[in-house]
Design a protein around this ligand. Sequence first.
Ligand code: NAP
Length: 253
Amino acid sequence: MSTTEQRVAVVTGAARGIGAATAVRLAAEGRAVAVLDLDEAACAKTVGAITEAGGKALAVGCDVSQSAQVEAAVGRVVAELGAPTILVNNAGVLRDNLLFKMSESDWDTVMNVHLKGSFLMSRACQKHMVDARWGRIVSLSSSSALGNRGQLNYASVKAGLQGFTKTLAKELGKFGITANAVAPGFIATDMTAATAARVGMSFEDFEAAAVSQIPVQRAGRPEDVANAIAFFTGDDAGFVSGQVMYVAGGPLN
Ligand code: NAP
């Protein structure tokens, strides 16, 4: 591909939260962006924000944990936007509970969306990156990878995605493809609002408790994470691979 050709990015879970901010940011970087989420109609807001700013975007409905849907979705992206050479594995769900109350379905759902979904999406997109001899894969880990009470399933997948990232980096580096992970701390989104509701706190109190532990003394915003992803997916980041960047307003113990 010539250096002037527009690169195509796929962002999963991009209807809202961190994924939406990332899709908007990558479009501002000049990427054509496939805004992928469970419900295609729910992607309209993100797509609208991109196209109103003069960018190019496509809404794609897909459950990332279902291989047939993933293959069909990536096929649509190739046909309607072009071959994807940037992938952001962002789609996520929570099924928090203490071990003794965690159901098999809570465990399986979180494994399937985060880990299997990242595997299926990466497998479907990598052949286009190999063909282009250029690619960027960024996966969303979390500060919970270091261990978090009530999140045995989630902490396991977020730690797993760090090993996944380092292995992709080793396998795919020779094709000009980098793989990195971004591990956010507390970011104000619907996901953290749902956690506040689950523990019976108002979002304001929940956020204030989180902020009291953050050195820069504010909650993270989806755009903070999008900034880090923009760096990893950038043309200039080709020698940075297999890394985990914590975006948490300070170091984590
Ligand atoms: P969010 O607001 O809950 O958004 C997640 C998006 O993923 C939703 O639009 C959701 O769709 C979509 N999704 C869920 N399951 C899917 C599937 N099987 N296939 C396709 N899309 C699916 O979450 P967020 O806070 O922006 O988090 C984004 C990522 O960052 C996640 O991987 C999360 O674990 C990670 N993260 C977040 C934080 C934080 O503080 N917010 C911290 C660390 C890491 P529906 O709305 O239809 O369910």
